[in-house]
Design a binder for this molecule. Structure first.
Ligand code: C2E
Ligand code: MG
Ligand code: MG
Ligand code: MG
Length: 286
C-alpha cells in the first residue's frame, strides 16, 4: 500500500508537472498572439516632487489587455516572456512606443524637456549586441530629445556582466540617455561597482517603503540609500508610496521624489494626459 501511494504521488506529481508545462506553453502562445494583435499597452505612472507636487516624469509600465480577463500586470507573465525570448520583441515594442508617446506629449506641450520617461529594460534585452543602436534608433526616429529617456536597469543586469553593462551605459549616456537603478537594495550589487556605474538615479524599492514607518531596519535601509545617493551625487526616488505617513517619513529623511498610489496609479495614456493637464493648471494657479 505504501508503495502504491508512493506511485500515486509520483503519478500526481508527474501530472501536475505536465499540467504546468502545458499551461506555460498555452500562456506563451497567448502572449505571442497578443503581440501580433496589438493587445499590449503602456500605462504611465507619474513621478512627483513632493515639495512642489510637480510631475517630474513617469514610468512606462507594460499591460496586457486580455480580451476577456482585462488588464494583466507583468508580474503574471513577464517570466514567460523572458524564458521564451519573446521579451526581445515585446521590449522593442515598449521602447518604440514609449519614445513615440513621449515625443507626442512634448509636441502637444503637455510636458516640457525636463520631464523624463522611464522605461524598464530586461536582462536579455540589455544583453543584445545591438542594444545601444536599437535605443539610438528609437530616439532618432521619434526626434525625441535623448535627455528625456531614462532606462531602468536592475542589479541583476549589472552583476551578469559588469564590463558590458558599463560600456553600453557609457555609450548611451554620451547620447544623453540616463539610467536609474530599479529596486535598489533588493539585489546583490556591491557598493564597489555602484561607484563605477554611470547611473543617475537610485530607486528605493517599495518593499522598504511599505513598512518604513513601523520597521526600524527598513527605515535604516532607506537612510543608507539616501546617504549613498548624497555621497555619490545620485538622485533618489522612492517607489510604492501609498500613504501620507510614508511620504512624511521619506521627506523627513530628505527624499522628496516619489511614485506611488498616493499620488496616482499607473494609468492609460488618455488618463495620464488628463493628470498632466490638471497639474499644469495647478501650477499656473499657484
Ligand atoms: P517595477 O519596475 O519595480 O515597477 C513598479 C511596480 O510597482 C509596478 O508594478 C507598479 O504598478 C507598482 N506600483 C506603483 N506604485 C505602487 C504602490 O503605491 N503600491 C504598490 N503596491 N505597487 C505600486 P507592475 O506594473 O505590475 O510591474 C511589475 C514589474 O514588471 C515592474 O516592476 C518591472 O520589473 C516589470 N515591468 C513592467 N513593465 C515592464 C516593461 O515594459 N519591460 C520590462 N522588461 N519589465 C517591465
Ligand atoms: Mg521600474
Ligand atoms: Mg522597482
Ligand atoms: Mg519591482
Amino acid at each position: 500500500r505504501a508503495k502504491d501511494s508512493g506511485r500515486n504521488a509520483i503519478q500526481l506529481f508527474h501530472n501536475s508537472m505536465q499540467h504546468a508545462a502545458s499551461e506555460r506553453l498555452r500562456l506563451e502562445n497567448e502572449l505571442r498572439l497578443a503581440l501580433a494583435r496589438g493587445d499590449f499597452e503602456l500605462y504611465f505612472q507619474a513621478q512627483v516632487d513632493a515639495r512642489t507636487d510637480q510631475i517630474i516624469g513617469a514610468e512606462a509600465l507594460l499591460r496586457w489587455v486580455h480580451p476577456t480577463l482585462g488588464e494583466q500586470s507583468p508580474t503574471q507573465f513577464i517570466h514567460v516572456l523572458e524564458e521564451s525570448g519573446l521579451i526581445l520583441e515585446v521590449g522593442a515594442w515598449v521602447l518604440a512606443e514609449a519614445c513615440r508617446v513621449c515625443a507626442q506629449l512634448l509636441e502637444e506641450r503637455a510636458i516640457d524637456k525636463r520631464f523624463s520617461l522611464c522605461v524598464n529594460i530586461s536582462t536579455r534585452q540589455f544583453r543584445q549586441a545591438d542594444f545601444v543602436e536599437r535605443v539610438e534608433h528609437c530616439v532618432r526616429k521619434n526626434k525625441l530629445p535623448p535627455g528625456m529617456l531614462k532606462l531602468e536597469i536592475t542589479e541583476g543586469i549589472v552583476i551578469q556582466d559588469i564590463d558590458d553593462t558599463i560600456a553600453k551605459m557609457n555609450h548611451l549616456r554620451k547620447l544623453g540617455v540616463s539610467f536609474a537603478m530599479d529596486d535598489f537594495g533588493t539585489g546583490y550589487s556591491s557598493l564597489t561597482y555602484l561607484k563605477r556605474l554611470p547611473v543617475d538615479v537610485l530607486k528605493i524599492d517599495q518593499s522598504f517603503v511599505r513598512d518604513a514607518t513601523s520597521n526600524p531596519s527598513d527605515a535604516e535601509i532607506i537612510r543608507a540609500v539616501l546617504s549613498l545617493g548624497l555621497s555619490l551625487g545620485l538622485a533618489v526616488i522612492a517607489e510604492g508610496v501609498e500613504q501620507q505617513s510614508q511620504l512624511d517619513f521619506l521627506q523627513s529623511q530628505g527624499c522628496h521624489c516619489y511614485q506611488g498610489y498616493l499620488f496616482s496609479r499607473p494609468q492609460p495614456l488618455a488618463e495620464f494626459r488628463t493628470l498632466l493637464a490638471h497639474s499644469v493648471q495647478r501650477l499656473h494657479r499657484s
